[in-house]
Design a protein around this ligand. Structure first.
Ligand code: NI
Length: 170
């Protein structure tokens, strides 16, 4: 089932999420819906608070023009970051059509729980590294615009407020 994506500003996008204690049918269903919602948008990553579920769950697929590689990460944690940084023009499904350059570690090692309840660990590089850090930020109530200067951030926030008013009237 495709779920509605919250648009910034929304208090649920600013709140830290709760850890997943065990893989219940509710969590499995949430992950499945999030993947469907992400592919439909379309996007390369989605975090549970973006669909209003305050749980530490993210989904990603950064493969383009190749067989899909859907990933579901429960309680993801960065356990190592490279000193090397890279800059990407980031966007967010909760901040449609707005992009800005954000600098982050170029590679990160992440530990998470999979849908079988097993611990996984993997190093992410390139776009995957940016994406996983962006999505983990969501679980802590942080958006990519929080890395920008206050003026740029306010400008984007005002555009989103206007977009929400227009959508509410439509
Ligand atoms: Ni996002």
């Amino acid at each position: 089932m495709i779920r509605a994506i919250l648009i910034h500003p929304d208090p649920r996008l600013k709140k830290p999420c709760d850890p997943v204690a065990e893989v219940t049918s509710e969590i499995t269903e949430l992950a499945r819906d999030m993947l469907e919602t992400m592919y439909d948008a379309p996007g390369i990553g989605l975090a549970a608070p973006q669909v209003g579920a305050m749980k530490r769950v993210i989904v990603m697929d950064c493969i383009k023009d190749a067989p899909p590689e859907p990933m579901v990460l429960l309680n993801p944690q960065v356990i190592w970051s490279s000193e090397d940084q890279s800059t990407y023009d980031e966007g967010c499904l909760s901040i449609p059509d707005q992009y800005a350059e954000v600098k982050r570690p170029a590679s990160v090692k992440v530990r998470w729980m999979d849908l079988d309840g097993a611990t996984q660990e993997r190093q992410f590089d390139g776009l995957w590294a940016t994406c996983v850090q962006h999505e983990i930020d969501h679980l802590d109530g942080k958006l990519f615009i929080d890395y920008l200067g206050p003026l740029k951030r306010q400008m984007i926030t005002r555009k989103m407020e206007k977009l929400k008013r227009e959508r509410a009237r439509a």
